[in-house]
Write a protein that binds this ligand. Structure first.
Ligand code: G3P
Ligand code: CA
Length: 229
């Protein structure tokens, strides 16, 4: 059984999330795809951070949109790492990227960078926000899209079809065989977050999923063993 393995915010179980250190670790552990989260700084830079506020992941405090890029760069994002820009991740790594739009206003900026850097083959745009995916589809008609969902997972396959997404990334605890069956009947692949334990991986195989989003190198290695068995 071959599963797509996505490194969540790099490999955040073992490195500071959404930092170059985490993304490089994900490459060394040979995940298939690196996942990252995007916000806009006060001066419109596309910056890599999960929360809308810098408090949890840096030594600063306050909304990310109150910080200029220079001010964000002055923060410690863990182990001396800096908050990276999207461009820096593109340069520092070579794997495919799942770029998650957290701030809906980032959709246009991301689409522009994908065009300017010619990243159409390397980047997949992902989001919980239908309108962010709709805007991306309008700007980049060929771009692969992934709809992300948690509690709203039962409606995700049909929403994904309407949005032109060919994959859904769904929270494991809300997944049911019916949701997976509906997605597959529409030709939509299903990956799940976050898969961090052998029990999670067992559930993934029982559900017949197409991939996992993981924080842990051990899950990457376990998926290799599954593929070989
Ligand atoms: O890959 C999808 C997953 O990252 C969604 O959850 O909160 O980690 O962005 P979150
Ligand atoms: Ca994410």
């Amino acid at each position: 059984m071959s599963l797509l393995t996505v490194g969540h915010r790099g490999l955040m179980g073992v490195e500071p999330e959404n930092t170059l250190r985490s993304f490089r670790r994900a490459e060394r552990e040979a995940v298939d795809v690196i996942e990252l989260d995007l916000h806009l700084s006060k001066d419109g830079a596309l910056v890599v951070m999960h929360d809308a506020d810098v408090t949890r992941t840096t030594d600063g405090g306050g909304p990310v949109s109150d910080f200029t890029l220079d001010q964000l760069r002055a923060l410690d994002a863990g182990q001396g790492e800096r908050v990276p820009t999207f461009d820096e991740v593109v340069e520092a790594t070579s794997l495919p990227l799942q770029a998650e739009i957290k701030d809906r206003d980032a959709a246009q900026v991301l689409a522009r960078r994908i065009q300017e850097l010619d990243l159409h083959q390397r980047v997949t745009v992902i989001s919980f926000h239908d309108e962010a995916l709709r805007e991306t589809r309008r700007l980049l008609p060929q771009m692969p899209l992934v709809l992300v969902a948690g509690k709203s997972s039962p409606t995700a396959p049909d929403r994904a079809r309407e949005l032109g997404a060919d994959m859904v990334s769904l929270e494991l605890r809300w997944l049911t065989p019916e949701i997976v069956e509906r997605a597959h009947s529409l030709g939509i692949r299903v990956i799940s977050w976050t898969v961090n334990t052998p029990e999670d991986l067992q559930r993934v195989t029982e559900l017949g999923l197409d991939g996992v989003v993981t924080d842990m190198p051990a899950i990457r290695r376990a998926t290799e063993k599954l593929a070989a068995s």
